[in-house]
Design a protein around this ligand. Structure first.
Ligand code: SF4
Length: 358
């Protein structure tokens, strides 16, 4: 069973010696925006290590939207810990990994093992750049069934060619000693032996270190969400060359696919505005004239049937009751090939809506 550690022991040198001793050994902490990696950083800072934070950002991160301050959790924790932070955006190469992970998926479309390898490979380059000796992560043994069991941690280290270079302070005492512990640069006795999914110790430490005001348990990743995963799978099925810049569309609205065309119906005023702003030249925006309701984005429609179906959806999610309504059809081309249409709700189409939902 996990025991609450003796904080006095851990906090013996609670002052961050970073500013005082720039010649101290340097480490990179992979700050995810979750509490675990922030505590891992603190445990190493308290041993006099010169810690620099590295955060990998992507449209799949949920920390800033979960945060009551609407701020990236990693940036927040770095400022609380008074350490510098560098952010790297995951690119299209990462999407290829999400599409075809060598080590498979977790519960949904989260390719955690491949994701960690990818991150560590990028981290290695940054280690070289700043002369860091090792990497610190907030991983906890047994916390995640696929990527945080001992064999998975070892697989990740081997694949990234980082054996002995990754210190996991929250579970260090349960893991084989790293090079840095063997060399005595980090005192293993001051590290922890946390195991499993419960976060009571981390929360306790977070309070003690005054890190807890903003608490995002696991860093937050949309790839673990089943609704998001469904939309992403549909995207991959219909876009042979996936691009990160398209991921923003998957984060909002109700999604439908009709005869190959992707249709996104805004859920509120803010989403309506986003969809209108994001519409490309070949896209079309629909809304019901004089009635409160959604803006609907149809991506590169090709047929009248696609527009008619999108018009029905727009009517369905508007305040329209019964009778004829005009659905405005707009796009940014000078010669809009589509014209406004006057329609009534079609009960037959309404019944089939769910068949087309992504
Ligand atoms: S949860 Fe998401 S960000 Fe975290 S390792 Fe898995 S895929 Fe990567």
């Amino acid at each position: 069973m996990n025991e609450i550690p003796d904080l006095r022991l851990i906090q013996e040198s609670s002052e961050n010696s970073l500013d005082k001793n720039p010649s101290a050994p340097k480490a990179i902490v992979l700050l995810s925006g979750g509490l675990d990696s922030a505590i891992a950083a603190k445990l190493v800072i308290d041993q006099g290590i010169n810690v620099v934070a590295l955060n990998f950002h992507s449209p799949f991160c949920t920390c800033s939207s979960n945060s009551k301050y609407n701020q990236c959790g990693a940036v927040y924790f770095a400022s609380r810990l008074r350490i510098p932070i560098k952010t790297i955006s995951k690119g299209d190469d990462y999407l290829e990994i999400v599409k075809n992970p060598k080590f498979g998926y977790g519960k949904n479309m989260n390719p955690c093992i491949d994701c960690r390898i990818h991150i560590l490979e990028k981290t290695k380059a940054y280690m070289k750049e700043i002369g860091a000796k090792f990497v610190v992560t907030g991983e906890v043994l047994g916390q995640r069934p696929k990527s945080q069991m001992l064999h998975a941690l070892q697989t990740i280290e081997r694949a990234a060619n980082m054996e002995g270079k990754i210190l996991r302070p929250l579970s260090a005492k349960l893991l084989p000693p790293t090079d840095i512990e063997k060399e005595g640069i980090v005192d293993r006795e001051k590290l922890l032996a946390i195991h499993g999914r419960r976060r009571n110790i981390q929360v306790e430490l977070g309070k003690n270190y005054e890190l807890i005001q903003q608490y995002c348990a696991g860093g937050g990743c949309r790839l673990t969400d089943k609704n998001f995963a469904r939309k992403l799978r549909d995207y991959f099925d219909n876009n042979p060359v996936p691009q990160m810049k398209h991921m923003k569309y998957l984060k909002i609205g109700r999604h439908f696919r009709y005869e190959g065309a992707k249709i996104i119906v805004g859920k509120d005023e803010q989403e309506n505005k986003m969809l209108e702003t994001w519409a490309q030249k070949s896209d079309v925006i629909l809304s019901v004239k004089n009635i409160k309701g959604p803006s609907t984005l149809v991506q590169a429609p090709k047929t009248d049937a696609q527009i008619k179906f999108a018009a029905q959806l727009t009517l369905r999610y508007s305040d329209a009751i019964s009778g004829d309504y005009i659905v405005e059809v707009r796009n940014s081309r000078i010669n809009n090939q589509w014209t406004d249409i006057t329609i009534q709700q079609d009960p037959e189409i309404m019944q089939k809506i769910e068949e087309y939902r992504v």
